[in-house]
Unconditional design. Structure first.
Length: 141
């Protein structure tokens, strides 16, 4: 496969902005859950598990703001609120699936690289919270 090289241009900034939005910890899970059709807040929260009400609310608002989902309120007591992927949100499922497959296929390589790094740099402290596996230093503490 021939390497792809592009000069960094101002066109990269919008790509980074979108990747930052869809790369959030909960965004992919929410989009995946909503791929089955409209859902209420409590059902999304139950299916994802481990997400606080505050974080789910904020993430749903961000996704609505960016056009990935709609929020529909049906007047009743209590109000009935459904969340549903828009066409834009549905279009995102394909690229997320490809990225997910890449991540699953390459996770072992990333973990190996991380292990080699910490073996070569025993005093290194991760600059961010490790998401795949703890550093040897963090595991010892």
């Amino acid at each position: 496969m021939k390497p792809i090289h592009h000069e960094i241009t101002n066109d990269c900034r919008p790509v980074g902005e979108i990747l930052n939005q869809i790369g959030g910890k909960w965004t992919v899970l929410i989009i995946n859950v909503l791929s089955g059709g409209p859902m209420r807040f409590s059902e999304i929260k139950r299916q994802i598990g481990g997400i606080s009400q505050k974080v789910l609310t904020a993430t749903l608002r961000d996704l609505e703001m960016d056009g990935f989902l709609t929020r529909t309120v049906t007047p009743s007591i209590p109000p009935h609120v459904d969340y549903e992927l828009t066409e834009l949100g549905q279009d995102l499922q394909g690229p997320l699936h490809v990225l997910g497959q890449w991540a699953l296929n390459n996770r072992p390589k990333v973990l190996e690289a991380r292990g080699r790094y910490f073996a070569a740099h025993p005093d290194a402290v991760p600059q961010r919270k490790p998401r795949l596996a703890p550093s040897p230093r963090a595991a010892a503490e």
